[in-house]
Design a protein around this ligand. Structure first.
Ligand SMILES: Nc1nc2c(ncn2[C@@H]2O[C@H](COP(=O)(O)OP(=O)(O)OP(=O)(O)O)[C@@H](O)[C@H]2O)c(=O)[nH]1
Ligand SMILES: [Mg+2]
Length: 412
C-alpha cells in the first residue's frame, strides 16, 4: 500500500526541577538548630507513545508545544517538593521522529511503543544535604535544573485502516472527499483514480481512521485486467474492507452481481482477504430507481443522505479489525545519554569542559554564594575535572569554561 506521509514539528519541554531550600531549624530551647531545607521535586518527563486510535499528526499543526509540569520547590522542616507529572503525547503508529539535522531518533511502529522525548530537570538538593563535619550550617542549596527542550520533526508513514473497494465510477473518490480532507480527482468516467488517495476520517470519541480510496476494480482484475494486480496490491495491507456497490441504473452489473464479482476477485487474488472485517455499502442511492436490497446500508455522497451511517459502519469494521489484531509487545526506545567528561580547546586558547555530571553540578548551583562555589569546586574535582584539565595541558591562569561557569585554572 502506498504510504501516506504527514509531517509536523513538535516542541517538547520537560518540566523544570524545583529548587532546594535553605532553611535552619528553629525550635524553642534549641538555639542553634541544624539545616532543615528540603529538596525540590524533579520536573516531569515527556514521552511520545504510539496509539492506535490516533491517525494523523494534525493535532500538532496548530499547537506544536508540549510541556510537562515543573517540580515543586523544597521547603523548611525537610519538606521535599512534589515531582512534576510526566506528559504522555500520543502519536499515530508509524511515526518516525527526527532531530533538526534529519537524524532518526525513534521509530514508533506499533501501539504502545514509547520514547523519552524530553527529560524533566532534576530537583535541587536542599541545604540539609550539604551538611558535613566541616560545614555545620550550609547556607546554600541547589537550584532546580531546567527541563530539556528541543524541536522534533515528526513524519508519519501509515497504512490504511479501511480500503474502498468497488467498480470504477461508483463514487469512491466522491465519498472520501466528502468525509475527509482528501481532494481526489472526481469525474464521470471509469479509471479516474490511478493512485490511491488516503484521508483521515474522524470517528466518535476523538478516534480517527485512515480510509484509502483506491482505483476501481473490474471483473478479471485478479488475472491482470485493468491494471488489476497493481490495484489489488493496495487493498492488501488495509485492516478492513469497504465494498461500494453502485445503485445507479447505469451500473454495468446488478448490486448482487457487483458484490459477487468483487468478492471473487479478492478471493482469487488472496483468499485471506475474505476474512478481513468488511462492510458492504450501496452508493449513489439518489440515482437508484429499483428496490434496494434491505440488507445493505445505502448512502449518497452527493446529497449527503446516509453518510453518517456509512461512516459508522466503516468505523465498526475498523474497530473490529483493530481489536482482533494481536497487541504487539510494547517497545521502549532509549536514546543513549552522553556520558563521561571531555575537554576541548576553545578558539581563544581557553578550555571547554563538557559532560553531563560536570555541567549539571554547575547548572544547579548558585554561583553567587561563596560557600556554594566552594562546594562546586570540590564536586568538579571529585568528578575528575582537574585531572582531565591537567592531562589536556592546562597551565596556571588558563581560562576554563564549564556551562555558565568560567574560572582560571590553578595548579595545586
Ligand atoms: N448522483 C450522484 N452522483 C455521484 C454520487 N457519488 C459520485 N457521483 C458521481 O459519479 C461519478 C464518479 O465518481 P467518482 O467519485 O470519480 O467515482 P470513483 O469510484 O472514484 O471512480 P474511479 O476513480 O474511476 O474508480 C462522478 O461524476 C460523481 O460526481 C452520488 O452519490 N450521487
Ligand atoms: Mg476515483
Amino acid at each position: 500500500m502506498s504510504s501516506f506521509v504527514d509531517e509536523a514539528q513538535l516542541n517538547v519541554r520537560g518540566g523544570d526541577g524545583g529548587a532546594g531550600c535553605v532553611s535552619m531549624r528553629r525550635e524553642a530551647h534549641v538555639p542553634k538548630g541544624g539545616p532543615d531545607g528540603g529538596d525540590g521535586g524533579n520536573g516531569g518527563d515527556i514521552w511520545l507513545v504510539a496509539d492506535r486510535n490516533v491517525s494523523s499528526l494534525l493535532a500538532f499543526r496548530d499547537h506544536p508545544h508540549r510541556r510537562a509540569t515543573n517540580g515543586v520547590h523544597g521547603q523548611g522542616k525537610k519538606k521535599h517538593g512534589h515531582g512534576g507529572d510526566d506528559l504522555i503525547v500520543k502519536v499515530p503508529e508509524g511515526t518516525v521522529v527526527y532531530d533538526q539535522d534529519g537524524r532518526v531518533l525513534a521509530d514508533l511502529v506499533n501501539a504502545g511503543d514509547r520514547w523519552l522525548a524530553a527529560s524533566g530537570g532534576r530537583g535541587g538538593r536542599g541545604n540539609t544535604r550539604f551538611l558535613s563535619n566541616k560545614r555545620r550550617a550550609p547556607t546554600f542549596a541547589e537550584q532546580g535544573e531546567v527541563g530539556e527542550q528541543r524541536w522534533l520533526n515528526l513524519e508519519l508513514k501509515l497504512m490504511a485502516d479501511v480500503a474502498l473497494v468497488g467498480f470504477p465510477n461508483v463514487g469512491k473518490s466522491t465519498l472520501i472527499s466528502r468525509i475527509s480532507a482528501a481532494k481526489p480527482k472526481i469525474a464521470d468516467y471509469p479509471f479516474t483514480t490511478l493512485e490511491p488517495n488516503l484521508g483521515v476520517v474522524r470517528m466518535d470519541e476523538g478516534d480517527e481512521m485512515v480510509v484509502a480510496d483506491i482505483p476501481g476494480l473490474i471483473e478479471g482484475a485478479s488475472e491482470g485486467r485493468g491494471l488489476g494486480h497493481q490495484f489489488l496490491r493496495h487493498v492488501e495491507r488495509a485492516r478492513a474492507l469497504c465494498l461500494l456497490i453502485d445503485l445507479a441504473p447505469t451500473a454495468p452489473h446488478s448490486p448482487e452481481e457487483q458484490e459477487r464479482i468483487l468478492l471473487a476477485e479478492l478471493e482469487n487474488y488472496r483468499p485471506e482477504l475474505l476474512y478481513r472485517p468488511r462492510v458492504v455499502l450501496g452508493s449513489r442511492s439518489d440515482l437508484s430507481e429499483d428496490e434496494i436490497p434491505t440488507d445493505i446500508i445505502t448512502f449518497s455522497a452527493v446529497t449527503g443522505d446516509g453518510i453518517n451511517r456509512a461512516v459508522g459502519a466503516m468505523a465498526t469494521a475498523v474497530r473490529q479489525a483493530r481489536s482482533e489484531e494481536p497487541e504487539p509487545e510494547p517497545f521502549v526506545v532509549y536514546r543513549p545519554q552522553p556520558v563521561g567528561l571531555t575537554v576541548e580547546r576553545g578558539d581563544d586558547a581557553s578550555f571547554i569542559v563538557s559532560g553531563r555530571a560536570a555541567e549539571r553540578a554547575v547548572a544547579l548551583s548558585d554561583l553567587t554564594n561563596l560557600e556554594a562555589l566552594a562546594y562546586v569546586q570540590e564536586r568538579l574535582k571529585s568528578l575528575g575535572v582537574d585531572k582531565a584539565l591537567a592531562k589536556a595541558g592546562a597551565k596556571e591562569g588558563d581560562v576554563v569554561h564549564i556551562g555558565k561557569l568560567s574560572f582560571e585554572y590553578a595548579e595545586d
